[in-house]
Design a protein around this ligand. Structure first.
Ligand code: DX5
Length: 224
């Protein structure tokens, strides 16, 4: 069952990344973030677009059911067109494809046509101008602050200007587009990213490795 995406007002959306949760007990691992997280991100990896292989639509459906939270499917896959329907059927209310993937533009159009929210993600080296043709239809732009493929990497501070430039582009477009940052987000880098203009923060390792994920989110909520 698809849950509508909440529109956090005047603060950043906090989005735990399931990639860093305890796969042996997902329901228990996600329990502490219920009521505190705005939505969850399922990092989908195909072993081609990125070297890692993660999970498919059945896990996304299980995560949606176990958490009761809206699910954002971040497709780090070479051919996203092959997977959109399956993740939509699994209950993803927002599907993000990579600008570098095959048929990204057609995928964005298809996601919108299905009545879902559409995101476009950029690898660190991909120029920001790639999002310009889509700003009129996108619901979310994702600026990767690590090379996609694995959790637990260090935030790349050299990408802060790209976040700021993306915020300026979105503001000029006059559309309410979320600016999401994903990769190495922790208490310190979350503040940097939010100050640069991010309003959706994907947090994996820093959150699930915290002694208390709930306390981590409550503290972060006070800062961004
Ligand atoms: C990389 C993944 C990770 C993950 C967040 O492809 O997208 O960035 O979601 O993991 P952390 O917060 O551990 O970097």
């Amino acid at each position: 069952m698809k849950k509508a995406f909440p529109l956090p007002s005047g603060r950043a959306a906090l989005v735990p990344s399931v990639l860093a949760a305890d796969f042996s007990c997902l329901k228990d691992s996600l329990a502490p973030v219920r009521g505190l997280a705005d939505w969850l991100q399922v990092d989908v990896m195909d072993g081609h677009f990125v070297p890692n292989l993660s999970f498919g639509p059945d896990i996304a459906a299980a995560v949606a059911a176990a958490s009761g939270l809206p699910v954002d499917a971040h497709l780090m896959v070479a051919e996203p067109g092959r997977f959109i329907d399956a993740f939509a059927a699994a209950g993803a209310g927002l599907i993000t494809v990579h600008a570098e993937a095959r048929g990204a533009g057609a995928c964005v159009a298809r996601i919108k046509k299905m009545g879902l929210k559409a995101g476009l993600a950029l690898r660190p080296k991909t120029p920001l101008k790639k999002i310009i043709p889509f700003l009129g239809v996108l619901d979310l732009v994702l600026i990767m602050t690590v090379e996609p493929g694995f959790g637990g990497q260090a935030f790349m501070p050299g990408l802060l200007p790209k976040i700021g430039a993306a915020r300026a582009l979105i503001t000029r477009s006059g559309r309410a587009v979320w600016l999401q940052v994903d990769g190495g987000v922790n208490a310190a880098t979350a503040e940097l990213a939010a100050r640069a203009g991010a309003d959706s923060l994907v947090i994996g390792s820093a959150l699930f490795k915290a002694r208390s994920p709930a306390a981590f989110l409550r503290a972060l909520r006070k800062k961004v």
